[in-house]
Design a protein around this ligand. Structure first.
Ligand code: ADP
Ligand code: MG
Length: 271
């Protein structure tokens, strides 16, 4: 509703994981490069961790848009599924139609698919988001999926994405085999104080801002205080602050407006 006032094409601070808004902070760039490396070099298992709202899902979506035409991918957003349903979701996302959906059937179809893709020269990538939700049996199942390999390379690159609990889970006894196979790991840290301005102006620019919206340095410091550099929290507070700017017809976002926005957010949280 404030879009017109600020001359924006879309809302700049939605909390959806829209890859068009991706800002390459130092950490996001590094995480991205780790993923590209692991995929290109066919490293098998890759792991990306980070607190809620640090940009894991957004980064994976951006990765999917960057894969070349010699790639096949599946992206599982909800991994909190029983074992067979999880396998079935993976197969469906690769475009496989399997009847009846028994475990044996799905596994043999997936294996057949992987071998076929290898022959065709495709690199197959499976991304599992919220992987901290996977139980040990499901993780083991996923490991078995990747068991198929030629002498030189893995037939499928599996990216496990999750909150820091994922790392803890993978360190638990019984998962040694999987843990040992994770060749690339990256933990996404929140943005530094020095990156917040660039992050905010990047999102404003993508949303169509012509540069008429200004966040003062002390407003930015206040955003950092509140968010700790977590993009999701930065978005929440900036969205609120723009709404306040609209209501008061002000395109210069001050520290008071940020404080006010934070109070409103925290107020809603309490209810
Ligand atoms: N590097 C980034 N550039 C732009 N927006 C980001 C970035 N990282 C996170 N965000 C935004 O923050 C919000 C939360 O990101 P998300 O990818 O859902 O985090 P996670 O999956 O780690 O919980 C989304 O609106 C997302 O677009
Ligand atoms: Mg996510």
């Amino acid at each position: 509703m404030y879009k017109d006032f600020f001359g924006l094409k879309e809302k700049p601070f939605n909390v959806t994981a829209d890859p068009n808004f991706l800002f390459f902070s130092k950490k996001h760039r590094e995480a991205f490069e780790h993923l590209i490396y692991g995929i290109k070099e066919k490293k098998g298992f890759l792991e990306i961790t980070g607190e809620i709202g640090t940009g894991k899902t957004t980064l994976c979506r951006a990765l999917l848009t960057q894969l070349d035409e010699k790639s096949r991918s599946a992206f599982i957003l909800n991994s909190n599924l029983p074992e067979v349903q999880l396998l079935s979701a993976i197969a469906a996302d690769f475009g496989l139609l399997i009847r009846p959906k028994t475990k044996i059937n799905i596994l043999s179809e997936l294996n057949r698919y992987l071998i076929e893709q290898l022959k065709l020269g495709y690199n197959v990538i499976l991304i599992i988001d919220e992987a901290q939700n996977l139980r040990a049996a499901q993780l083991e199942q996923i490991r078995l999926l990747s068991n198929l390999e030629t002498d030189k390379e893995k037939l499928i690159q599996i990216i496990l994405v999750g909150q820091p609990e994922l790392r803890v889970k993978l360190d638990s006894p019984g998962l040694e085999q999987l843990r040992q196979r994770i060749a690339v790991r990256y933990h996404i840290l929140p943005l530094d104080r020095t990156e917040i301005d660039a992050y905010i102006y990047h999102r404003l620019h993508v949303a169509g801002s012509d540069g008429n919206i200004a966040f003062g340095p002390d407003a930015i410091s206040e955003i950092y205080e509140y968010s700790g550099g977590i993009p999701r929290l930065i978005n929440l507070v900036c969205d609120r602050a723009l709404l306040l700017g609209f209501v008061t017809e002000n395109k210069n976002i001050s520290i008071d407006m940020i404080r006010h926005a934070v109070e409103e957010i925290e107020g809603y949280v309490k209810i």
